[in-house]
Design a binder for this molecule. Structure first.
Ligand code: ADP
Length: 181
């Protein structure tokens, strides 16, 4: 499923983020950049140890919630890994939507700064961090749509959803976003 926003194709696929042949993939990291389970674990397993060696050296203080940092991609078939930290869901009253939006915006800005024409995201915060999937989908797509309305690049933003539940939630949210952009 896809839609066009300004010059960019916004695409949803079901699959594995670590297989994507694309300029940059975005990692749903934790603030210490210490690796973990979920998509973070999959990226470091598939990419090899050079990614964490680089983030340890370049970002010894880690990354705050809502921010993003960038590294090379080791053995992965992309050029860069952008590590961002989404919020832990605490009921929605601890600025979670604002922090999630910031994670998407800062990731996309880093991609633009590094001349990436294509970027792939997972459903940030919607796993261990507990953000309800339907809200994670709506907030993710609104955030990306807002960025794309204000920037020329990238040309492709792809969401790689791991299972059919996530794909369904994002598809539903994209129908709603497409009506208002
Ligand atoms: P967070 O800690 O930000 O919640 P998780 O990695 O726990 O991050 O989960 C974020 C989303 O990524 C979840 O929907 C999870 O199912 C999904 N996910 C896990 N592994 C992969 C993968 N290899 N490719 C794409 N998505 C994945």
């Amino acid at each position: 499923m896809k839609t066009q926003i300004q010059n960019c194709t916004l695409q949803l696929v079901q699959g594995d983020l670590t297989n994507q042949k694309i300029d940059a993939i975005v990692n749903a990291a934790n603030s210490s950049l210490a690796g973990g389970g979920g998509v973070d674990g999959a990226i470091h397993r598939a990419g090899g140890p050079s990614i964490m060696e680089e983030t340890d050296a370049r970002y010894p203080d880690g990354c705050e919630t809502g921010n993003a940092v960038i590294s090379s991609a080791g053995n992965l078939p992309c050029k860069f890994v952008i590590h961002t930290v989404g919020p832990v869901w605490q009921g929605g009253i601890r600025r979670e939507p604002e922090l999630l939006k910031s994670a998407y915006h800062n990731s996309l800005q880093l991609a633009v700064d590094h001349q990436c024409e294509s970027v792939a995201f997972p459903a940030i915060s919607a796993g261990v961090y507990g953000y309800p999937m339907d809200l994670a989908a709506a907030h993710a797509l609104m955030s990306v749509a807002e960025f794309l309305r204000e920037h020329e690049a990238p040309k492709l933003v792809r969401f790689v959803l791991f299972d059919s539940g996530a794909y369904g939630a994002f598809s539903h949210a994209l129908e709603n976003v497409a009506k208002i952009v």
